[in-house]
Design a protein around this ligand. Sequence first.
Ligand code: SF4
Ligand code: SF4
Length: 192
Amino acid sequence: MVTLKYQAAVIDENCTGCKKCVWVCPTEAIHMEDNIAIINDDLCVSCPNCHGICPDDAITRVERAEPKELKVPLEDVPAEDILDLCRKANIHPKQWHCLCTATRAEEAAAAVLKGAITPEQIALDTGTRSGCTVYCQMMSMRLLEAAGHELKKPEKWRWYPTTQSIWNVPQEVVDKYAGYFLEEDKDVFRKF
Ligand code: SF4
Ligand code: SF4
């Protein structure tokens, strides 16, 4: 859950139309019109990406007219379904999904169970990806894959590669380095 107090805004006269902001926006909130970036206020989660990458100081942050709350109530989804999806993803429901916004995996799982099929949609439902925009991306991908969704990378570099964890060490590596007890470690984690 996140309460957004700010949003991005374009300073038209500084925009050179390079599109860099479009490619890094985690919620696809920016498009171009007449070579000027346009921001959809409803889709902006006020992350640091666009104004961080803009080479021409053409993006600033402004206060929203009204704070906007992004939240998926856990009571909307049966608790056992949340647990089941988290188990499939090898994620504890109380584990942090997004450290920047203090969102737990159970809320993102609820967003998936309510219909989110992309990391961008999870971000818009829960407010995640409004901080570093990186860590929660990996968590969202794991939940979506566990729910059976095929992930299609948006244009350019908006997605980051999955952060390596014990769950995606290739089996031949696990077997080759048996002395590191990775299989045994996975069994212990599964018990939680
Ligand atoms: S990154 Fe900056 S200059 Fe480039 S399109 Fe976006 S607002 Fe315009
Ligand atoms: S979500 Fe982030 S990158 Fe997208 S418009 Fe808002 S502040 Fe910019």
